[in-house]
Design a protein around this ligand. Structure first.
Ligand code: SF4
Length: 317
């Protein structure tokens, strides 16, 4: 399959008062057309920064992000504005991205109008109402502004607004993590339907591996700004290789009612600081299997099986 979204050596630093925050440190990824990639890891591992770069919202410090084979244009440029119709982003908190004063049907209509899909804003309203209905919001809500809606309804508006442009790809950053479990489950089901219906390519970012299990064809696990393991979802959940991915998965509650209720081994220690990532393998201070070389030499990604790679010295070369 052809890659629609690609990252090559993608890195992003931020200058902060305490020094340089190295959020993403050289990521290679490819998301095939029609595929759903889950991007997982603890808070602060760089997954949201990577997602924003893949969505073209943040320029990299180094490396390159490509969409349909072409480098992503600089944010704010005319080429970037034109590309918004093909590549969309849904944020965790829709209140931060929706206009607080504009009725939601106009917010869904304004993208297609701005991209010339309708002559005037009012001409785009029937399609906006149809899109709101498609994401489960009835016409009685169309004139409301965001704060008159629940969190789940606002996230449905954000999804409707992204899909109104009929994009090829959508990057979703923790789209259900601020919602109740049952509300989030409804959004996950909706996204699964829409992905098939619209032929979408998606990058689904979450700290919750239980959520990603339902939406991803393939999963990339991040730690300290790097992808440490990447595999087809079924394979990653059944046979993770990297000690960090194994620890994250071991912490998930068992679905087997007969399984032991004893608490799983906790992932010990604090996540690596992006201000001063440990040398060598950044996971070595927390890794129960660390070797003397792990603190000196960063492991390169190695192939475990076709489509499955992990960056760990324990993976045979
Ligand atoms: Fe653990 Fe070493 Fe593998 Fe890092 S490279 S995960 S420290 S065994």
């Amino acid at each position: 399959m052809t890659a629609l979204l690609e990252a090559r050596g993608l890195a992003r630093d931020f200058r902060v008062a305490a020094g340089t925050l190295r959020a993403v440190r050289g990521v290679d990824l490819a998301v095939a057309r029609g595929e759903s990639l889950g991007l997982v890891g603890e808070s602060g591992c760089g997954k949201s920064t990577l997602g924003r770069m893949l969505a073209g919202l943040l320029p990299p410090t180094a490396g390159l992000a490509r969409f349909a084979g072409a480098p992503l244009p600089p944010p704010g440029s005319p080429a970037w504005r034109a590309q918004r119709a093909q590549l969309q982003f849904v944020a965790q908190d829709p209140l931060g991205s929706l206009n607080p004063r504009l009725p939601i049907c106009l917010q869904v209509a304004e993208g297609p109008a701005a991209h010339g899909r309708a002559r005037r804003l009012r001409d785009a309203i029937p399609a906006a109402l149809a899109m709101l209905a498609r994401v489960g919001l009835d016409a009685g809500l169309a004139a409301r502004v965001p704060h008159q809606l629940s969190g789940g309804q606002r996230q449905r508006v954000a999804i409707a607004r992204a899909l109104a442009l009929r994009p090829e790809a959508v990057v979703l950053d923790e789209p259900v993590s601020a919602l109740d479990v049952s509300v989030g489950a409804g959004i996950i089901r909706l996204l699964a339907e829409l992905r098939g219906e619209f032929g979408l390519t998606t990058v689904f970012i979450s700290h919750d591996l239980r959520v990603v299990r339902h939406v991803a064809d393939r999963v990339a696990v991040m730690y300290a700004g790097r992808v440490v393991e990447e595999a087809p979802a079924a394979r990653l959940y059944a046979a993770p290789v990297h000690p960090y991915a194994r620890a994250l998965l071991a912490a998930l509650p068992s679905l087997d009612p007969g399984a032991s209720r004893a608490a799983p081994p906790a992932l010990e220690g604090e996540p690596a600081s992006p201000l001063a990532p440990p040398p060598g393998c950044a996971f070595h201070p927390r890794c129960p299997l660390a070797l003397p070389d792990c603190a000196r030499e960063a492991p390169a990604p190695r192939q475990v099986a076709p489509g499955h790679r992990a960056a760990c010295h324990l993976v045979p070369a």
